[in-house]
Write a protein that binds this ligand. Structure first.
Ligand SMILES: [Zn+2]
Ligand SMILES: [Zn+2]
Length: 241
């Protein structure tokens, strides 16, 4: 049988929890901070990655190959978040909020996962879903990592990083500044010239450029009629290969 805790014991527990929370909320070093790309062009999003006004290229900042029309959000990856939990309370634990009859976590209609995270004896809820296009087991792992990060924020882990203003979304699409005065047709014409002269420099005759381009688009686009976005991507592809 356990006795009611005394006032002094309650004070001590409160102090210990305060200390736990303070340690969880300590800032992270630069090695733990990643750059998450946020696409700011709605046309790119609707076009499933790249619109006619933007080009796709590898980004030195975030390491992804995607539309140039993106900004970055600082984030702490879930591996570092777990590490922080371990450092502060080796007995930290999480569990899904609901389980099926066979003991597996229950995902909601949005394929998200609610969890309970317990650190230093305190329990908070968290929610995670998979935002990347990965599926299957990877998506489940992403859900869990995401839910841990989310619940961790309730404990103050990497919280300040999320307190900034949301990124503005560009709408309507702004072409690259240097191309702002060009129509699509003019831009396409300039890109065709660039591609032709690039290939020419590599000893490829015009016929090969036309054929090579069509093959690269899997027969979907003719060199003379393709939209500038496709031409721009082809040029990137040529320069990269
Ligand atoms: Zn775009
Ligand atoms: Zn980037």
């Amino acid at each position: 049988m356990t006795a009611e805790p005394t006032m002094q014991q309650l004070d001590e527990a409160g102090r210990a929890l305060r200390e736990t929370l303070d340690r969880l909320a300590e800032p992270f070093g630069p090695e733990a901070i990643g750059k998450k790309p946020i696409v700011v062009c709605q046309a790119c999003e609707h076009a499933d990655g790249i619109c006619a006004a933007h080009v796709e290229r590898p980004c030195d900042t975030c390491g992804n190959t995607l539309t140039e029309a993106h900004e970055h959000l600082d984030f702490v990856g879930h591996a570092h978040v777990r590490q922080r939990f371990n450092e502060v309370d080796p007995n930290w634990n999480w569990r899904p909020l609901a389980r099926t009859g066979s003991g597996l976590p229950v995902f909601d209609d949005y394929r998200g996962l609610w969890i309970e995270l317990t650190i230093g004896g305190k329990t908070m809820l968290g929610y995670g879903n998979a935002t990347s296009r990965r599926g299957g087991g990877d998506a489940v792992k992403e859900c869990i990592g995401n839910a841990l990060r989310n619940a961790g924020q309730s404990f103050g882990v990497a919280l300040t990083m999320w307190m900034r203003e949301p990124l503005r979304v560009v709408e309507p699409v702004k072409p690259r500044p240097a191309d702002a005065h060009l129509t699509d047709e003019q831009l396409a014409k300039r890109l065709r010239k660039e591609i032709t002269s690039y290939n020419h420099g590599k000893g490829k005759p015009f016929g090969q450029t036309v054929g090579g381009f069509k093959a690269w688009t899997k027969g979907e686009h003719e060199f003379r009629e393709a939209p500038p976005g496709v031409l721009a991507r082809y040029l990137e592809h040529l320069k990269a290969s």
